[in-house]
Design a protein around this ligand. Structure first.
Ligand code: NAD
Length: 291
């Protein structure tokens, strides 16, 4: 029998993920605050619900793909209070959430007999569409196999450790990614002003030690063509960077470079539209440099 999956949060990532799950044979019921997002679910073969508890009530697994830990906690409370999840349900938080809060949430759910795993992703909207996400799984041993089976249609599942491990690795990855993007954008703007061709620079960086996801993907696909449509919001990136620098400080390894990067990205976030794509920082950096 095909698994019954509830997917709460049908935004840039949740929508293509719901389609992958439907295509893999799951019956998907979903909920999002935004009515258009619920309609997109119907177009992709899923069934929209009017509330999160209604989406979750019949499900054996509930996937959360929400903006942050505040929303994840609120939705989990709503599901528990409505009795929509209980003994036998597996809740998987695929949002990029705060690892310390994830562990608290997992305990709270365990008290109600609900199993929990964190499984944040990287690979962006394209990865979600293609089922090629990297999925960072944090789970108790007893829940690991079930989580692997559920998540396999979405990408490559990497076992990261116990509950919270996935969210910790995800935040640290994005701190690196954001730092790379800022540094790459400064280097390319400096080279451009010296008279270098950005495409030639990228070609050299990609064959050299300056290579990163920014030189291989973000610059050639979203920044050089000036589409700025990676589908990952700048404010979501800044949230992840703060999760990572807080984690680093808590364990006694404060990230000096990371904290500077947070300040720089926060400045850009103040100057750009609230829904700006994160790749817009490149434009921001070029515009703010002296003429
Ligand atoms: P998004 O803003 O496009 O989608 C989030 C969705 O959650 C929105 O549609 C919103 O209406 C919905 N929502 C908010 N509160 C809700 C509630 N109480 N109940 C139901 N729905 C609610 O964000 P996204 O880009 O899809 O990202 C989702 C998560 O995945 C974030 O944690 C983000 O950091 C992470 N992430 C995003 C990307 C990316 O490339 N976009 C990549 C990796 C990880």
């Amino acid at each position: 029998m095909s698994p019954n999956v509830a997917l709460i949060g049908l935004g840039n990532m949740g929508t293509p993920m719901s389609r992958r799950l439907v295509d893999a044979g799951s019956s998907v019921r979903g909920y999002d605050l935004v009515p258009e997002a619920r309609e997109r679910l119907r177009d992709g073969g899923g069934t929209p619900a009017d509330t999160a508890p209604e989406a979750a009530r019949e499900a054996t697994a509930v996937i959360l793909m929400l903006p942050n830990s505040d929303v994840v906690d609120a939705v989990a409370d709503e599901l528990l209070e409505a009795g929509a999840i209980g003994e036998g349900t597996l809740v998987v938080d695929m949002s990029s959430s705060e690892p310390a809060r994830t562990r608290v949430l997992a305990e709270r759910l365990a008290d109600a007999g609900v199993a929990f795993a964190d499984a944040p992703v990287s690979g962006g909207v394209r990865g979600a569409e293609r089922g090629s996400l990297t999925i960072m799984l944090g789970a108790r041993d007893a829940d690991r196999e079930r989580a692997h089976a559920l998540l396999a249609p979405l990408g490559r599942v990497v076992d990261c450790g116990d509950v919270g491990a996935g969210h910790a690795i995800k935040a640290l990855n994005n701190l690196l990614s954001a730092t790379h993007l800022w540094a790459t954008s400064e280097a390319i703007e400096a080279g451009r002003r010296f008279g270098l061709d950005p495409e030639v620079m990228l070609s050299v960086f990609n064959g050299s030690s300056g290579k990163s996801g920014s030189t291989e993907n973000k610059w050639p696909n979203f920044i050089l063509p000036e589409t700025f449509d990676s589908g990952f919001g700048l404010r979501l990136m800044l949230k992840d960077m703060r999760i990572a620098t807080n984690l680093a400080a808590q364990v006694g390894m404060p990230s000096r470079l990371g904290e500077d990067a947070v300040d720089l990205w926060a400045e850009a976030a103040e100057g750009l539209a609230s829904d700006a794509d994160h790749t817009r920082v490149a434009e921001w950096i070029a515009a703010r440099a002296s003429p």
